[in-house]
Design a protein around this ligand. Sequence first.
Ligand SMILES: Nc1ncnc2c1ncn2[C@@H]1O[C@H](COP(=O)(O)OP(=O)(O)OP(=O)(O)O)[C@@H](O)[C@H]1O
Ligand SMILES: [Mg+2]
Length: 220
Amino acid sequence: MILSAHGLGRDYPTPHGDITVLDGVDLDLAAGETLAIVGPSGSGKSTLLGLLAGLDKPSRGSVTLEGRDLANMGDAEASAFRGRRMGFVFQSHRLLPALTAQENVQAPLDLANAADAAARSRAWLAKVGLEGRHDHRPRQLSGGEQQRVAVARALAHDPAIVFADEPTGSLDRRTGTILADLLFQLAASNRTTLVLVTHDEQLASRCARIVHMGDGRIVP
Ligand SMILES: Nc1ncnc2c1ncn2[C@@H]1O[C@H](COP(=O)(O)OP(=O)(O)OP(=O)(O)O)[C@@H](O)[C@H]1O
Ligand SMILES: [Mg+2]
């Protein structure tokens, strides 16, 4: 299993005491699998994704990625591991505004000390159909183009697993479909495991597996 979660739970403190937003989540994912996490707003999808990706720490239970428990790593080690082995796509691109498209794609490659980072980041921009746009800054790109840069950035360092939270949520249906086509096609050709959070049943149905969340739990 590339990713395993056991008895995963997350509580948040509130002025009226702790609230439990995630409880008793078990999940196993094989390398190369595609998984969609669906469910109503507030059901805990983003919370679960954050725990699976080690961006947040669980109140209960454990997550192992490639056999390693992120909670047992120091912050520097965990972030280096994330940088090497994981990619992320968010609802809104989260590109760095001062950097060009190419520099945004190249940043994780540089962090991973990849050889030929400049050539690889250009090649990835070409794969997402933006070969002429490497010198553009995010504000000089459309929303769909910015999301394509985000997809190139998530995949360029050849991560084992990509986490995406509503990757098409800020796009119209047609642009969203093009973006999803790209994400699935590139993940498949790189044999990247994909974990996708979405409200969109049509997008979810493109994944090999779907888990439904309800009220902080996986529901049958
Ligand atoms: N930092 C926090 N502090 C307190 N409560 C939080 C915090 N983050 C999330 N929650 C609560 O946890 C619950 C689950 O939130 P989460 O963001 O995981 O839902 P979601 O399924 O991703 O929803 P959406 O589809 O709207 O994005 C919500 O009730 C939310 O209010
Ligand atoms: Mg969410």
